[in-house]
Each structure stands twice: as C-alpha cells, then as structure tokens.
Write a new protein. Structure first.
Length: 128
C-alpha cells in the first residue's frame, strides 16, 4: 500500500502528493464524513493549481477504500443517486493517529519481510 519516496521527508516519504492532499482534506473536515467526490474535486483543484496532473476519481476511491480496509479511516455507508456510497473521515486522533497507524502497518510489513531481523534494535539506533 505504501511506497518509500526517498526524496521526501515526513509523511510525504510514504504518500504520493494526491494521497497527502486527500488526507489534508479529510483532516480539514474534522469529524464530519466526506464523500469521495468532494475529496476528488478539492484535491484535484489544489494539485492542478500547483502544477500537478489531474487524476481520476477512481484514484481517490481506491486510495480511501484501501485505507478503510487497513483500518486507518472511519467509514459509513449512505445511499444516494445510483445506490450506496461510502463516506470517510479520519479517526478521532486526526493526522497524528493516522501517522501512528501508518507506522504500525509499515513496521508489520517489514517484520513480515525480514522475520530474522530485530527491528526494535534498528529503531533504537535511529536519530530522533
């Protein structure tokens, strides 16, 4: 789900610009649920204004659905034109809790990929 982008730092090191923009939009919404259409429209507006390329709505749908399946977002299902659709929000802890969840997912993936490696000793050696 996440890929390391070594040229970036912080949360941008594991999220693409459009993914980060989607999370910023959810964070700005606070505890209100937001649909993928709103996220897609606002994120693309911001990205295109900054010179990035326009992305399809499916890109955002797949990203948010993946985060929901990983347990890092809260989601509810609502009905509207065309049937059921999900609405998303960050968990109560906002971006801080999301970062913690993301770190757990990444560490679990590393532990599975390198079971013989003591990750706690590596983490202890990292600079703050």
């Amino acid at each position: 789900m996440f890929r390391l982008i070594t040229s970036n730092t912080g949360i941008g090191a594991v999220l693409k610009p459009h993914e980060l923009q989607a999370l910023i939009i959810l964070n700005d919404a606070g505890q209100e649920y937001t649909g993928t259409k709103d996220v897609w429209e606002k994120a693309n507006t911001a990205l295109v204004a900054s010179g990035q390329k326009y992305l399809s709505r499916a890109t955002y749908i797949n990203f948010l659905h993946g985060l929901d399946e990983a347990g890092t977002l809260d989601a509810v299902e609502t009905t509207g034109k065309g049937g059921k659709r999900p609405l998303y929000r960050l968990k109560e802890g906002g971006l801080d809790e999301f970062k913690q969840d993301m770190a757990k997912i990444i560490m679990a993936s590393l532990k599975g990929a390198f079971p013989e490696t003591d990750l706690s000793s590596i983490v202890a050696e990292l600079p703050n």
